[in-house]
Unconditional design. Structure first.
Ligand code: PMP
Length: 428
């Protein structure tokens, strides 16, 4: 199928289709198929919305059964059986075993809408307006969330000033700058000139920002500072949550309990739009309807979300992710990083970055990703100047597909570096 209809009639704002200009028709598991039937390995995975793979059979069955019975599809925020079952399952399978006590707030279906809700809640609860965000952070592109997103290119499109946010350098991207010491200094010095914030918001692993992984120690220290000063800690788990870090919540590895958790993307399990806040019950200062929205009750998303949690339990997904993560980690360090000392590898769970910013060629990562696409592997570039290749396989990725994809990255990278291609026996 030709791409002309998109190129002539769809707005210039389209983005992913520029890097991956094929027309897709079908998808299953880790693969997407074009209109011509060509199979692509998808390591973009709906930018993190498809942790359980495309058209996961276990989840699909429950969605189809639900639709066959003509159960309610759109329910605003009415009480429904589907919502009740989702809340109960989430509470029983995830919150209770972790000793977490949270209230649920269902938001408009995109991540950015839940971020807007989190901001409003934190500001109304604390009666403060400033919020701390981190350089390299991505929290969405609506006005409030865009103010938290550091990327200059995105910010320029706002058309208005983006205020009430103070940025700090993130842990591993600050050239040794101790941003937590600076944060404490700001809070304690009456001459810092920076308003005491309502909240701190962060991704514990910055995804779009270049796969920057905060250490558990740093996260725990940040949380302790927040507690000491009565500042809310908001974990944006939209991309790194829902099992991608290895645990269901990305902050578990730091042993901290955020005041507010933001979830979306893979929450519905099937790529269906859904977003949600979890927050400590004492924060619930909302008046009825203050953060209203028509699409806060997409019932299929509740059904998919519940099925995804059951699938996670029944398929032993968490253990499988830890195994695959160790495999990727080893491969990237032993087979990729060894190609050149300027290559840096970062990641956790099933989100990995190959950082090529140490090379003179600013387009190297992009060229490699483009060549991977020619070999039918979809990988995205992220970070400053898009110089980090991000690998985002589904958590359910089959071992042979994982090895094939890593082999493509390996060969393409080595070809670009002009080095000898020496594919491991494991990839033969
Ligand atoms: N936060 C994070 C961490 C994200 O990765 C994204 C999307 N890339 C968002 C917020 C915004 O979500 P959405 O695109 O659904 O508005």
């Amino acid at each position: 199928m030709l791409t002309q209809v998109f190129e002539t009639l769809e707005s210039n704002v389209r983005s992913y289709s520029r890097s991956f200009p094929a027309v897709f028709r079908k998808a299953k598991g880790s693969l997407m198929y074009t209109d011509n039937g060509d199979a692509y390995i998808d390591f973009l995975m709906g930018a993190g919305a498809l942790n359980y793979g495309h058209n996961n059979d276990f989840i699909k069955k429950q969605l189809l059964d639900y639709m066959t019975e003509d159960y309610i599809m759109q329910g605003l925020d009415l009480f429904t059986v589907a919502k009740s079952e989702f809340i109960t399952t989430f509470n029983e399978l995830l919150l209770k075993p972790r000793g977490l006590h949270y209230k649920f707030q269902f938001c408009g279906p995109t991540g950015t809408n839940a971020i807007e809700a989190a901001l409003k809640l934190a500001r109304n609860y604390t009666r403060r307006s400033n919020v701390i965000s981190f350089m390299g952070g991505y929290h969405g592109l609506s006005q409030g969330s865009l103010a938290l997103t550091s990327n200059e290119y995105n910010r320029k499109a706002a058309g208005v000033g983006l205020h009430n946010v103070t940025f700090l350098p993130f842990e591993n991207n600050s050239g040794g700058f101790d941003s937590l010491a600076y944060f404490e200094m700001i809070l304690e010095d009456g001459h810092s000139g920076i308003e005491k914030p309502a909240a701190v918001i962060l991704e514990t692993v910055q995804a779009e920002g270049g796969v920057n992984v905060a250490s558990p120690q740093w996260l725990a220290k940040l949380k302790a500072i927040c507690e000491k000063h009565g500042i809310l800690f908001i974990a944006d788990d939209i991309q790194i949550g829902c099992g991608r870090s290895g645990d269901f919540f990305s902050f578990e590895r730091a042993g901290i309990v955020p005041d507010i958790v933001v979830l979306s993307k893979s929450l519905s399990g099937y790529g269906l739009p859904m977003s949600m806040l979890l927050f400590k019950p004492e924060l619930d200062v909302w008046q009825p309807g203050e953060h209203n929205g028509t699409f806060r009750g997409y019932q299929l998303a509740f059904i998919g979300g519940k099925a995804a949690l059951e699938f996670r339990e029944q398929s032993g997904l968490e253990a499988a992710v830890k195994e695959k993560s160790a495999f990727i980690n080893r491969f990237l360090h032993e087979e990729i990083a060894t190609a050149d000392e300027r290559i840096r590898i970062r990641g956790l769970g099933m989100m990995w970055g190959i950082d090529l910013s140490g090379f003179e060629d600013t387009l190297l990562a992009k060229k490699i990703a483009q060549d991977c696409f020619k070999k039918q592997l979809i990988v995205e570039c992220v970070g400053r100047e898009d110089r980090v290749i991000k690998l985002l396989p589904p958590l359910t990725v089959e071992q042979d597909i994982l090895e094939k994809a890593l082999g493509i990255v390996h060969d393409t990278l080595r070809q670009h570096l002009g080095a000898q291609v020496s594919v491991q026996a494991t990839l033969a």
